[in-house]
Unconditional design. Sequence first.
Length: 218
Amino acid sequence: MSLRQTAPAVPFVELGPLAQLRAGRLAVRLPLLYVGLVVYGASLAMMVRADLGLAPWDVLHSGLTRHLPITLGQAVVLVSFLVLVLWIPLKEMPGLATISNAIVVGLAADATLLVLDRPDALVLRVALMVAGVLTCGLATALYIGAQLGRGPRDGLMTGLARHTGLSIRLVRTLLEVSVVLIGLALGGVLGVGTIVFALAIGPISQALLPIFVVDLER
C-alpha cells in the first residue's frame, strides 16, 4: 500500500513501537534509520564548522552550552528528551527512531566536530554551510522514511502538521524560527546560515520524503 496515496501531507502509517518492528523490510529500514541519524549529526557539525550561523535548533543548543558545562552534542541529547514531553498532548507514536535519534544525533555531531576543521576560505565555508543544509534535509527524509518512529523534534513537527492540517514545510519553518528566538535569548550563535537553514530545510525535507518513505506490509 502506498503511503503517499494515504496521506500526502504526512506520508506515514501510524503504528505503535512493536507494530513498527513487525511491519517488515527491516533489512532496508534499519540501515536507512541509522545512516540518516549519523548523517543528521554530521550535518549539524558541518554547520558549526562553516561558522556562518548554526542550524536553528543548534542556536538553542549553543545557548545552553553557555550556561551548562556540556558539549553541543550533549545539549542535543538533553533537548531531545525535553522535547519528548511535548509529544504527550500530540499523542505521537514513539519508536526505535525516537530514542535512537535522541542519542545518536548528538554523538555523531560531537564525533564529526572532532575530525572536521573550519575552512579558512570563505567560499569553502559557504559550500560547507550549503552542504550542511542539504544533507540535513536528506538525513531527515532517510530516517523518517524508515518508519521506525520520528525523532523528538521531527515528531513534534509531524504531530503539529497532523493536528493543524498545515504542511510539513510550514510547520517546520515556524518551529525553526521559534527555537532561534529562544536560543538567541540564551546567547546562542546566529548568522546567515541560520536563516538559510530555517527557510530551506522544510521544502527540502518535504520534497525528499516521498522518495525515501518505505512502504510497509499490512
